[in-house]
Design a protein around this ligand. Structure first.
Ligand code: ARG
Length: 459
């Protein structure tokens, strides 16, 4: 046939492997079958293809699906191979399946169909992680721990407040993934090569059959656009970046003995028998690098592409599917690691007061007694030069008293009571005092927990 001759002429020769996306197209095998079915049903409903022929094509597609991607005949891509497999089963009438469409709108539809699943799976994983963070947080609203800035002891906080800080970040990641989903969820099918078709097709119908929330209307936009891939990759990379921070913290906290991972989320050494390493978290941290690379790579590939279809686009999607999968897996692993880790309350309590971490609270106390905050800051900074981790609250308060006299010429008792200063030097009391909205005091955290739970429920 003319088709066979023509396909023979453009079969690729030495560039055949390079041209073919068939292997990578395994990721869109199911999507292509769904697209073929929807298109065939629409062609029959519109009277473009005879119902009996459409029935034969649909039966052939079932057969092709049962045989699987690996059983497909050779072809430049999955679209061509499935069409060939259908024609093999139905005869030349099988070639009617490709009426009023092109591989350009076909592949764009397949990519969106597949990416929807990936984004939803990643979003679901974020919700499970948020649940784990909230569950563990609710057990540790009173577990005092050191908080850091610049990796230096800064102010005491609680494990609950720390974990909820990540719940907030991951909640925005859920939002970004679902937002990206909404823009992916539009059908390009029926755009044909880019310039539409003279056949009386019903694009809304194929969109409906494939579960899309409408169409990408302009046919050139529909066939060309891959911005949704960049957006999906970026949403995944942003999530992976959030995860990498959590993973890094937990690696550091494991190192300090603040937290112990469950054995299921740790690994050992092939030579050093005593080792228990936080490998799952390190891999989670590592996934962020790949995800950022994928987002950057996608934008680089798309940059400067002219309208309408260009074959560069064949290289745009497979990596995005892979990274969405990797990030989903990393999210699930992070959720498991968080849910099963043990927080060492005694070690955390000891560390919470280290490095004069309650200094800000003492300055706040002086300022609440009426002193300008800058003066209070200077007094406590002066005391900080001599306060050391071994000091009792009374000894540290005495140093604050001395610093007050040096800076203001008045005793500490002219401003606040010695007992209040000693209390402010206690990490747990320091945390309890910081009850501003969103702060770490157990009362404030109770509100944050309720808000987080409601957000998870809503998502
Ligand atoms: N395998 C191709 C892709 O993924 C399908 C589109 C081919 N279209 C074309 N005009 N060569 O982009």
């Amino acid at each position: 046939t003319g088709t066979a001759v023509r396909r023979d002429r453009f079969s690729g020769g030495p560039a055949r492997e390079f041209l073919s996306s068939l292997a990578a197209d395994a990721a869109i095998f199911e999507a292509d079958l769904a697209v073929d079915r929807a298109h065939t049903v629409m062609l029959a409903e519109q009277g473009i293809v005879d119902s009996a022929v459409a029935g034969d094509i649909l039966a052939a597609l079932d057969d092709v699906e049962a045989a699987g991607h690996d059983a497909l005949p050779d072809g430049e891509d999955v679209h061509e191979a499935i069409e060939t497999a259908v024609i093999d089963r139905v005869g030349p009438d099988g070639g009617r399946m490709h009426t009023a469409r092109s591989r350009n709108d076909e592949v764009a539809t397949c990519i969106r169909y597949r990416l929807r699943e990936d984004l939803l799976a990643a979003a679901e994983a974020t919700i499970a992680l948020r649940e784990a963070l909230v569950d563990v947080a609710s057990e540790h609203t009173e577990t005092v721990m050191p908080g850091y800035t610049h990796l230096q002891p800064a102010q005491p906080t609680t494990v609950a407040h720390y974990l909820l800080s990540y719940e907030g970040g991951v909640a925005r990641d859920t939002e970004r993934l679902l937002d990206a989903y909404d823009r992916v969820d539009r059908s390009p099918l029926g755009a044909a090569a880019f310039a539409g078709t003279p056949f009386d097709i019903d694009r809304d119908r194929t969109a409906e059959l494939l579960g899309f929330d409408g169409t990408v209307r302009n046919s050139t936009d529909a066939a060309s656009a891959r911005d949704f891939l960049a957006e999906g990759a970026t949403a995944c990379a942003t999530l992976a970046t959030t995860l990498s921070g959590l993973a890094e913290d937990l690696v550091l906290f494991s190192n300090k003995g603040f937290v112990e991972l469950s054995d299921a989320y740790a690994s050992t050494s092939s030579i050093m028998p005593q080792k228990k390493n936080p490998d799952t978290l390190e891999l989670t941290r590592g996934v962020a690098g790949d995800a950022i690379g994928e987002a950057t790579g996608t934008l680089s590939l798309l940059k400067g592409l002219p309208r309408a279809y260009n074959r560069d686009l064949q290289r745009a999607h497979a990596g995005v599917f892979e990274i969405a999968d990797d990030v989903r897996e990393a999210t699930e692993v992070a959720a498991g690691a968080v849910a099963t880790a043990d927080w060492n309350e005694a070690t955390l309590a000891d560390a919470a007061g280290e490095g004069f971490s309650t200094a800000t609270g003492v300055a706040d106390l002086l300022a609440m007694g009426g002193m300008p905050f800058r003066t209070a800051h200077e007094i406590v900074a002066t005391a900080a030069e001599t306060v050391s981790d071994g000091d009792s609250p009374a000894a540290a308060a005495a140093k604050v008293d001395e610093a007050t006299r040096n800076v203001t010429g008045e005793p500490l008792s002219a401003h606040v009571s010695r007992e209040d200063v000693e209390s402010a030097l206690d990490p747990a009391a320091s945390v309890a005092s910081r009850d501003s909205a969103g702060g770490p005091a157990p009362d404030a955290v109770a509100d944050e927990l309720a808000t987080a739970e409601a957000g998870i429920e809503a998502d």
